[in-house]
Structure formats: structure tokens, C-alpha cells
Design a protein around this ligand. Structure first.
Ligand code: NAP
Length: 475
């Protein structure tokens, strides 16, 4: 449904001029903003949106996930600012669903509820040693260097010369880049100041990325791979024998030609043939290897055992990895597990634990027993479809959910809240969390961070504690 094309609803129904449809969106990342935007674009419906986040600041992974050296990607927040300009939009930051407000509470104040909480934890490898000191999830490291208040106090032992990263998606690539960049490169970014300080003292010399499949199945994207070859003082290395495609991969690429994959494979082979550039750090991408054990010394990570894999075709033609007899060990003092994010359940909301998503059909939350839609409850983004895709992918995903919401509204399938007014909701929130942050608060914080950046020659200096944010607002 395009903006303005939604059907009007009869007078005195939610969405009519005299009774707004009240919508709560839980999670102010891209999916939450895109859902809010599409709802507010329905010109012939009277819709009010309250967007909640557990953090005082909006934007979710755009602020705390996108790598600091990817400033252009963060420009998407200008689009979100325009959504927030709408007088029928309100932001309630520093309000945690499940702590200050239960999902059930929202049903008293809103006709529709949308969960856009993302995927807040990470997948485990399931191997011995992954809980040792020195073994971390990449998602923690990402949140740490991006100044996430809940992760700012973590410590990573950057005195280690060798670091292993398991996985070869774009998150693994981000982590590798941040470990390999020079302090001058990092200074030009909005990386958290404590992370800049720690990375300036880093003794890391060699980063090894471990991919379980081959070059043609690498999850990282082509621009990300290109970027790895352009770092100031770190050389990208790939072993020639691992850059070559095996017969199955060659056959699949010949039968299903794909320009992007072909370009990725070509670049991988080019890197493998490149001479040594004499840079002081090295980033090696390994293909067709899986970790089997993280070894320890005195309770700390000391190394990693890996097994070489071969590819086999599944019934649907996907090439999967299978262990061979060939094994290897290398010493490393730090391991980052980067094998995907995972959603966590919200109390009382149907959840598929293995997939880490809310049970849903096109964004309509579904009951785990009857598999029928739960009236008035929806989801969008990673908590709906799993942790895949770029920021823009969430737009189409959120629009699909909003279309279901509009269809249900038209059919009269909405919640019947006892207090469906903006004032009643605000009163309730301020009882539960008096220190909630509004979008105006965020605009002031944004200006404050940009000013701090100007004073230190950086694009922005992030505030990384709730207390420092309250102080900056004079609260
Ligand atoms: P991802 O793209 O799904 O990559 C996960 C990686 O982990 C894959 O290489 C996967 O290998 C590997 N893996 C999974 N289980 C494993 C296991 N048991 N042992 C070894 N390896 C294993 O996930 P992500 O890197 O967390 O990224 C999440 C999403 O955010 C992606 O869509 C990504 O493109 C996006 N993102 C984009 C950017 C950007 O645009 N710059 C930056 C960051 C993230 P297989 O392929 O063999 O399964």
C-alpha cells in the first residue's frame, strides 16, 4: 500500500479524525523508524506513534552497530530525524520493555504494538573453550567500541599479538578493520574515546579471520572486502591454496553465474597473488577451516585448534562444509566469535528459540499453539526475520508489517485499550520511568556530542553513560 492509499475508517473507529489509532513501537532502530514512517505517511488515517527504546538515545545498531569508520552509512539518521519531525510522533528513550513497562501494559494504552527490538545477543560456537577469558563475542566488542552504555566497561586484552576471528560476515570484517586500523585512521571516526585510547596502545600484529566455507560462499560483501585491502598500515593476506575454488564451487558458479560472487572470487585470488607490502600489521583471511577447540593456559585463551573442511552439496544444492582429517593449531591470545546475532524473547510474546525470532506471519505475531495472529501485535526487523540484510532491508520488512496492520485495522482487528490517549500513555510512562528521554532531549545530546567533537578535531564524541547524558541535559 503506498502512502495515502489506505482506506479510511468510519468515524469513531481508531484511525478516524476523532479517534487516533494509537501505536506503540518497541525498539528505535532502523526497523522501528521505518515502521513509524510508513504508518505516519498514511494521509487518510489519523495515526499516532510512540517509539520506545531501552537506551536514552535512538537509532539502535546505526549508533551502536555500524562501524565508526562507516560514517556515510550513519547518514540514514537524517531520514529518521524527518520522521521524528512529525507532530504525531513521540520518542520515549530510557524505557525498558520488560522492566519499566511489560508488553501487557502496552495493551492498556495502544491499539497496535510493534516489536522492533532487533537481535540482542549472539550465537554460540558450541566448542570447548569459548567461555575462557580472552574469548568474546564480536557483538560485545562492536558495542564496546561504539560506546554502548551497557558494554563500555568491558575489557579486551589488546596486548595480545595474535587475534582470531571466527566467521567471515560483515561483522567479522568490521572487527578485523577496527583491530587493524592505525590510531590516525580511527581518530577520524566517532569511535568511543575510551576505545580509541585502548586501541592506540594495542600490540595486535596479526588478525586471522576463519571462514568455514570457500571464497565463493564468503558472507562478507564486495565493498567490505575491497576496503580491507586499503588500510594504511595493515596488509591483507590470503593463502593461494585457499583462494582457489574447488570443483563443486567452480561448477556451481558456472551453472549460476553471479557477477558479484565472481568479482569477490577474482579479488580474493588477486590478493593471494599480491607481493608483501611491508606493512606492520597483517590480516589473514582463511577459507575452509573451522575451530574445534580453544586451548588454554592458566584459564586464558592460548590458541585455537582448527580442522580443514571440504564442501559438499546438500539436496537443495547449497554447498556446506564438512570436516576432513587435516587439522592445525595456532597460538592466539584473543578470540572473537562472529557467527551471527540472535534475538532474545520478550515476556509473554511468542518466540522461536532456535531461530531467535518472534513467531510471526509477514510481521503478524502468531500464537504458538493455534498459529493464528495475536490481535494487535506485530514485529519487524531482525526480531521478525533473523539477523540478515543491510539497514535498507528493514524498510521493506517494516512496510510489509505495516500493510498487515492497516489490513487488520480495516477489518476491525485491533486491541481495545482502556486508555487510548497520548496523555494517558505519557502519564503512565512517567510513573514507571520518570527519567525518560524525548526526541528533543536527543537533539540536544546530538548537538552536544557534535560540539565535543569539534573541540577535539573529531566528527563526534559520544556520551557513553546515562548519567553523563542526564548531566549534559542539565537534569
Ligand atoms: P552473517 O553475514 O550471517 O555472517 C555469519 C558468518 O558466520 C558467516 O561467515 C557464517 O558462515 C559464519 N558461521 C556461522 N556459524 C558458524 C560456525 N558454527 N562456525 C564457523 N562459522 C560460522 O552475520 P554477521 O556478520 O553477524 O552480519 C549480520 C548482518 O548484518 C548481515 O546481513 C551483514 O551483511 C550485516 N552487516 C552489514 C554491514 C555493512 O554493510 N558494512 C556491517 C555489519 C553487518 P556460513 O556462511 O558458512 O554460514
Amino acid at each position: 500500500m503506498t502512502p495515502g492509499s489506505s482506506a479510511t475508517v468510519p468515524g469513531s473507529q481508531p484511525g478516524s479524525p476523532d479517534q487516533p489509532l494509537r501505536v506503540a513501537i518497541i525498539g528505535a532502530g532502523p526497523a522501528g523508524f521505518y515502521a513509524a514512517d510508513h504508518l505516519l505517511k498514511q494521509n487518510d488515517l489519523n495515526i499516532e506513534v510512540d517509539l520506545f527504546d531501552r537506551l536514552p538515545t535512538p537509532f539502535g545498531l546505526v549508533r551502536h552497530g555500524v562501524a565508526p569508520d562507516h560514517a556515510k552509512i550513519k547518514n540514514v539518521t537524517k531520514v529518521f530525524d524527518r520522521t521524528a519531525d512529525n507532530p504525531r510522533f513521540r520518542f520515549f528513550g530510557n524505557v525498558t520493555c520488560g522492566q519499566h513497562v511489560a508488553p501487557a501494559d502496552f495493551r492498556n494504552y495502544y491499539h497496535q504494538i510493534v516489536y522492533t527490538v532487533g537481535a540482542q545477543t549472539d550465537r554460540a560456537l558450541g566448542i570447548h573453550g569459548e567461555d575462557l577469558k580472552g574469548s568474546h563475542s564480536a557483538t560485545e566488542f562492536v558495542a564496546w567500541y561504539n560506546g554502548h552504555p551497557d558494554y563500555r566497561d568491558l575489557k579486551f586484552d589488546l596486548s595480545q599479538p595474535t587475534v582470531a576471528i571466527v566467521g567471515m560476515g560483515n561483522v567479522a570484517v568490521d572487527v578485523a578493520r577496527i583491530l587493524c586500523r592505525t590510531v590516525d585512521e580511527l581518530k577520524e571516526t566517532d569511535i568511543a574515546d575510551y576505545a580509541l585510547e585502548a586501541l592506540a596502545k594495542s600490540k595486535v600484529k596479526h588478525v586471522v579471520m576463519l571462514g568455514r566455507r570457500g571464497p565463493a560462499q564468503a558472507a562478507f560483501s564486495l565493498p567490505e572486502l575491497k576496503e580491507l585491502g586499503k588500510m594504511d598500515d595493515a596488509q591483507l593476506r590470503i593463502l593461494p591454496q585457499e583462494a582457489a575454488l574447488d570443483e563443486l564451487a567452480k561448477q556451481q558458479l558456472a551453472e549460476n553465474p553471479d557477477t558479484t560472487t565472481q568479482k569477490k572470487v577474482d579479488l580474493i585470488q588477486e590478493v593471494a597473488a599480491a607481493p608483501d607490502a611491508g606493512k606492520s600489521r597483517e590480516l589473514t583471511i582463511r577459507f575452509l577451516v573451522s575451530p574445534t577447540n580453544i586451548t588454554e593456559n592458566d584459564g586464558r585463551v592460548a590458541g585455537i585448534d582448527i580442522v580443514h573442511n571440504e564442501l559438499y552439496a546438500t539436496d537443495n544444492g547449497t554447498l556446506r562444509p564438512r570436516a576432513t582429517e587435516q587439522t592445525e593449531h595456532f597460538g592466539c591470545g584473543l578470540v572473537f566469535r562472529s557467527v551471527g546475532y540472535l534475538g532474545v524473547p520478550l515476556e509473554g510474546v511468542p518466540f522461536h528459540a532456535k531461530w531467535g525470532v518472534i513467531l510471526n506471519e509477514k510481521g503478524r505475531v502468531t500464537d504458538e499453539n493455534s498459529q493464528q495472529p495475536v490481535v494487535g501485535e506485530y514485529c519487524a526487523g531482525w526480531i521478525k526475520r533473523g539477523p540478515s540484510g543491510l539497514i535498507g532491508t528493514n524498510k521493506g520488512c517494516a512496510i510489509e508489517t505495516v500493510q498487515c496492520m492497516l489490513e487488520d485495522l480495516k477489518a476491525g482487528n485491533v486491541l481495545k485499550p482502556g486508555h487510548p490517549t497520548a496523555d494517558a500513555a505519557e502519564q503512565f510512562i512517567s510513573q514507571r520511568q520518570p527519567a525518560f528521554f524525548t526526541y528533543d532531549h536527543w537533539r540536544s545530546l546530538d548537538e552536544h556530542e557534535l560540539n565535543l567533537g569539534k573541540q577535539t578535531g573529531r566528527p563526534r564524541v559520544k556520551l557513553t553513560t546515562v548519567d553523563s547524558m542526564l548531566e549534559a541535559l542539565g537534569k
